[in-house]
Design a protein around this ligand. Structure first.
Ligand SMILES: [Zn+2]
Ligand SMILES: [Zn+2]
Length: 237
């Protein structure tokens, strides 16, 4: 190859190192997610959420810097905190859009996160689905992948983190009398406070009765019958 024929492409500084870090961190979290029982305890999800955040930090550092406005023309501009549904977060661009549509209302739950937040429901199945997508996306990742691929991986890991974090919240029974009580997941009509379920049961069935089984009588030992050996009759003569 002659001088000047080299590709103009340069691997961004730090990318090989960070990619190695991503390949190191992801498999263990992935393994732990794969072996989570359904339903798992919130404390199990908490450990997963922590590990996923760690992976996300690496993925975010791998991706090109995302500007708070998400606008190519005004990356350092002011952020529109009342952006209407489906609009970007750039205040300058949104001001121009508002001039054309003055009646537009702000979105009911405008996301202020730079990174993707998945739509509910946040459950075990959703976490498993995103786990597979992450594995697929990371497998295709390489030094020369386009910026968009790195953004996608960071968004996916962030989504997984959000789901795991929601699942890690202590499940409240909503019981006024026993706040923080354990939950009976098998109660009729959905999970309920285990103490209230127990009280209700006792009310319906009465106090538990203990049946004392009489012990078996001691078997009588019969005295051994002396064995009599009979003399065989003499053969008839
Ligand atoms: Zn803009
Ligand atoms: Zn209760």
């Amino acid at each position: 190859m002659r001088e000047g024929e080299h590709s103009a492409y340069r691997v961004p500084t730090g990318r090989p190192f960070l990619l190695g870090e991503l390949y190191n961190k992801l498999p263990s979290v992935d393994d732990r997610m794969k072996h989570l029982p359904d339903p798992a305890d919130p404390t199990e999800y908490e450990a997963i959420a922590d590990a996923l955040w760690d992976v996300f930090v690496t993925a975010r550092n791998l991706a090109p810097v995302r500007s708070p406005t998400g606008c190519a023309r005004h990356p350092g501009g002011p952020v529109d905190t009342e952006a209407p549904e489906g609009w970007g977060r750039c205040l300058l661009c949104n001001r121009n859009r508002r001039i054309g549509r003055p009646s537009v209302k702000k979105a009911t739950n405008a996301s202020t996160s730079l990174w993707a937040i998945p739509d509910p429901p946040y459950n075990h199945a959703a976490l498993m689905a995103i786990r597979r997508t992450i594995n697929h996306a990371v497998m295709e990742l390489d030094y020369r992948s386009p910026d968009r691929a790195f953004h996608e991986v960071a968004d996916l890991v962030h989504s997984a983190f959000i789901i795991a974090r929601e699942l890690s919240r202590p499940r409240s029974t909503g019981c006024q009398r026993h706040p923080g009580a354990p939950i009976d997941p098998t109660a009729a009509g959905g999970p309920q406070c285990i103490f209230c379920v127990g009280e209700e049961r006792r009310r319906q069935l009465g106090p538990p009765t203990v049946t004392v089984r009489p012990s078996r009588p001691v078997p009588t030992v019969r005295p051994p019958v002396p064995r009599r050996w009979q003399q065989p009759l003499p053969p008839p003569m």
